[in-house]
Design a binder for this molecule. Sequence first.
Ligand code: ATP
Ligand code: MG
Length: 384
Amino acid sequence: MTVLLPGSTLGVMGGGQLGRMFVHAAQRMGYFTAVLDPDADSPAGRVSHHHVQADYLDEIGLARLSGFSDAVTTEFENVPADALARLAEKRPVAPGAAAVAIAQDRAEEKAHFMRCGVPVAPHAVIDGDEDLAAVGDDLLPGILKTTRLGYDGKGQVRVTTRAELRTAWDDLQRAPCVLEKLLPLAFECSVVVARGRDGAMVHLPVQRNLHRAGILAVTEVHDGCVAPDLAQRAVDATKAIAKGLDYVGVLCVEFFGLQDGSLVVNEVAPRPHNSGHWSIEGADVSQFELQVRTLAGLPLVQPRQHSPAIMLNLLGDLWFRDGQERTPDWAAVLALHGTHLHLYGKASARPGRKMGHLTITGGDVAGVRATALDAASRLGIAPF
Ligand code: ATP
Ligand code: MG
């Protein structure tokens, strides 16, 4: 494929915040952008040169997107793989439909991890009553997860007994599921990797993640946030997973660090990831610029983190206090040195909805932590 130089148009399937930050990165570098999203008021559609308002499988919409675009990427995991395959008949598409299809299905994803020799949580695939009956006691207590369409902890139920497992499966409409053993987590981390068409790979440093109620709350990236040997294992595993998928584009792998010092892969996102947002201000190449570079066929250079960084997710909960809707006190956090506010332009706040994020950078880890804790307290985010 020839290199698409600035002045070309880059298309993206999906108009959420990841698409918005991709569009920002692409436009900064002199590209035009086109977004396909069914919502008239999507975060990325609002800032893109072109917005195709259509369903993801709409023939005319897909034709319009490929008409505008010299190449197309995706910003959300559940973009129909068929739509990507359709687009690929006309334009270069990265990541490809086959890799996205694997990431969309927890059972296939785990099978891929095992093929790559990367450890996964003990689990069983639940497709029918006989699978339920065959579940070993060693998988309980566990988490029952639908194989498809889960995000931010949705489509998951924690179960302790077989009776609870049966009820939980009924509650999930007996959809295909994976039952995972509940693991004793010491910490969680993730790695963002970018892989070019020639197989070259670069990555961001390992990110330490804190989840609350199944949703990412805080990401910290600095020396010592993950022990160096574990960090190296996570990077090696991420690269093996990307290579095994023959992946082109940006991909993020989430890991569990267990109390016995072992590392287990959780899942893969075939796109930039919430835990990589810090790279916009904390590194000299962000995950979104990496996505632009992989899509356009530009050279990949290893990003350099130039500042310790902490990212706080700004969930819709912050827009409510004592049952009253309010606007968080942005002026109070922007008074702190090294705070970078991102709001995604979503019209209405709901508890659990990702409305924006705040990245804190600075000269040293202690200072960044102190500012992040101060900002959290000013916003009403629990300390971490
Ligand atoms: P997202 O797509 O937003 O990352 P998700 O809905 O796909 O989330 P998972 O990543 O599978 O969900 O799980 C969400 C969180 O639940 C994990 O980050 C972890 O904190 C916890 N969790 C999931 N599986 C396990 C497990 N087997 N043992 C212990 N904790 C788990
Ligand atoms: Mg996850």
